[in-house]
Design a protein around this ligand. Structure first.
Ligand SMILES: *[C@@H]1O[C@H](CO)[C@@H](O)[C@H](O)[C@H]1NC(C)=O
Ligand SMILES: *[C@@H]1O[C@H](CO)[C@@H](O)[C@H](O)[C@H]1NC(C)=O
Ligand SMILES: *[C@@H]1O[C@H](CO)[C@@H](O)[C@H](O)[C@H]1NC(C)=O
Ligand SMILES: *[C@@H]1O[C@H](CO)[C@@H](O)[C@H](O)[C@H]1NC(C)=O
Length: 221
């Protein structure tokens, strides 16, 4: 990561005369809004959590849409796959819904980062981009897909170290969404449709989440 150093001479109060070494970590490179597949992958890879909608099985709101939050990972920080991996239990509300009907929709957004607030974008502003993905939720089974299981588990545990300590009696399992539809809202003019092929082929290695980080070091002279 590039680091720019600026040396400024300043006249202040304490100290009266001094030098300021301003260290700025370069960045905030998000994909262009026209690069919808990259935008979708960028948001997913850099989101630690997603909203997840299920079809409710609660007696009071049976078949209503139900929404919850789940931690997500599509790979370790340095390896985005686009696959949506979750560590979930059938004991909570959405986990129960999934056991009856595994159709889900998830939403992740740049509003989870500081990008939107730093750019004065209201969370509902389309430029505060969102990706919405629908599909069927499936278990990743260690017995039948050991490679993917190992990768998914490592991906989740790297991004969410607390998962290692989640109570074992909750029967956590690794789940994944088999994607049917990917929608991106990242600019004016309406929501856009991303093909599943373009989504998985998108290369986002040149983008990252770091925002301008400025540290100021005062050097009294
Ligand atoms: C990323 O993960 C995939 C497994 O899904 C693996 O095949 C690939 O080699 C990994 N790439 C890097 C750079 O680690
Ligand atoms: C997954 O299965 C392998 C054997 O194929 C086993 O060594 C490993 O401990 C299992 N992982 C978990 C978390 O159960
Ligand atoms: C998304 O694109 C596919 C293929 O072009 C099309 O069949 C589908 O109707 C589109 N869906 C939406 C919500 O735009
Ligand atoms: C992704 O792009 C980077 C350059 O930004 C390149 O080094 C890398 O090989 C590309 N990966 C793939 C799988 O094309």
């Amino acid at each position: 990561m590039a680091i720019r150093l600026l040396l400024l001479l300043f006249i202040g109060t304490t100290p009266l005369y001094g030098l300021q070494l301003i260290e700025m970590e370069e960045d905030i490179r998000i994909p262009n809004p026209s690069e919808v597949a990259k935008m979708a992958r960028y948001i997913i890879h850099n989101s630690d959590w997603a909203s997840i909608a299920t079809i409710s099985t609660l007696s009071e709101i049976q078949t209503y849409p139900f929404v919850s939050l789940k931690s997500v990972s599509d790979g370790p920080r340095d390896n985005s796959t686009g696959n949506l991996y979750f560590y979930i239990t059938s004991m909570d509300v959405s986990g129960k819904d999934i056991t009856v009907d595994n159709r889900v929709t998830i939403m992740a957004t740049l509003a989870e980062s500081s990008y939107c607030s730093q750019n004065n974008l209201d969370p509902q502003d389309p430029r505060c981009a969102k990706v919405i993905i629908s599909g069927h939720f499936h278990k990743v089974d260690n017995a039948t897909s050991p490679e993917e299981y190992k990768f998914a588990r490592a991906s989740l545990f790297e991004r969410h170290p607390a998962m290692k300590y989640w109570p074992i009696d909750h029967n956590w399992y690794i789940g994944k969404i088999d994607i049917n539809l990917i929608l991106v809202l990242d600019f004016f003019g309406g929501i856009k449709n991303v093909s599943i092929e373009d989504y998985f082929n998108a290369n986002i290695t040149s983008y990252n989440t770091e925002h301008w980080k400025v540290s100021v070091i005062d050097i009294p002279v």
